[in-house]
Design a protein around this ligand. Structure first.
Ligand code: ZN
Length: 294
């Protein structure tokens, strides 16, 4: 009898083993298929992420290319110097806000002393007397841009308004002298309460265009209401004390006769201390205010 025989049980065991092997095989194949599917899903997710990221980079790049003010004034560019000189024991006399009816007097003194200086020009003043701009250049001085209007509320309103104003003076200096100015000074210095919203963006845009700005580390104090020749001289001496490189702030303005009166004595002071005088050129390492959070 087959059922219940030893042979029957042998066959039964073999059949069970075969079924187990078959079952394990099916399970293994299923697991492999699930794993493969899972892996491909992860891969899709990853490549999707990478695609999304690269779209974002592309988008950012597009955005950076489309800052409108970068397109303005395609001729408003300068070539920055590759080197920045730090000359020891040097003073850079700077006159802001001119030209004025005082400019000729200042130029006469500089000529007599045989020294070079820098004039940061207000365009609307320069427009009245282009010949004096030419004389400044002919006598070896540097002309820089100090904006056209000098009206803080307008020029610091936005990067666009700063550029619009700057360009007028840039063109004026070029038309009057044939020199393309590449240095400039911000009215009120690079950081002041009017420019606090925009100054980093304005500086970044001007730097991108190759222009170099110069603040000051000594001041004649000639812009205060009760200034005199004496106060201008003593402020100059006090603020220059102990400094090796000096950019001195002065003003070229009709009502500042005291600055002109003090100038010969100021020059003598620096000469006696062994300073040499230079006009600012864009290879001079700038003196700039520290960024402050207003
Ligand atoms: Zn000024």
């Amino acid at each position: 009898m087959y059922l219940g025989s030893v042979r029957f049980f042998k066959h039964l065991i073999v059949a069970i083993i075969l079924l187990l092997i078959f079952g394990l095989l099916i399970a293994a194949i299923s697991l492999a298929a699930i794993n493969k599917n899972y892996k491909s899903q992860i891969s899709d997710m990853q490549s999707g992420t990478i695609l999304a990221q690269s779209n974002l980079v592309e988008e950012k790049h597009q955005n950076s290319l489309s800052i409108e003010y970068q397109e303005r004034y395609p001729d408003l560019y300068a070539t920055p110097s590759e080197v920045r000189r730090i000359e020891p024991k040097t003073v850079y006399l700077t006159f802001d806000d001119g030209p004025s009816f005082r400019t000729a007097e200042i130029l006469d003194i500089l000529k007599q002393e045989d020294i070079k200086a820098t004039f940061f020009i207000i365009g609307k003043e320069g427009n009245k007397n282009k010949d004096i701009l030419k004389r400044m250049v002919d006598e070896g001085h540097t002309l820089g841009v100090h904006t056209y209007s000098h009206v803080y509320d307008n020029i610091y309103e936005s990067v666009e308004s700063y550029l619009d104003d700057f360009y007028l003076t840039y063109k004026l200096i070029y038309d009057a002298t044939g020199v393309e100015p590449d240095v400039y000074r911000f009215p009120g210095g690079s950081i002041n309460k009017y420019s606090s919203q925009d100054y980093i963006e304005i500086i970044a845009e001007m730097t991108r265009r190759g222009f170099t700005y110069y603040d000051w580390n000594a001041s004649s104090g000639d812009a205060v209401a009760n200034a005199t020749a004496k106060s201008v001289y003593s402020n100059t001496v006090q603020s220059s004390e102990g400094k090796d490189r000096i950019i001195l702030l002065m003003h070229d303005s009709i009502n500042k006769s005291y600055t002109v009166s003090a100038l010969p004595e100021i020059i003598e002071y620096y000469k006696a201390k062994g300073y040499k005088f230079e006009g600012i050129t864009n290879d001079v390492s700038p003196i700039a205010f520290n960024y402050i959070n207003y």
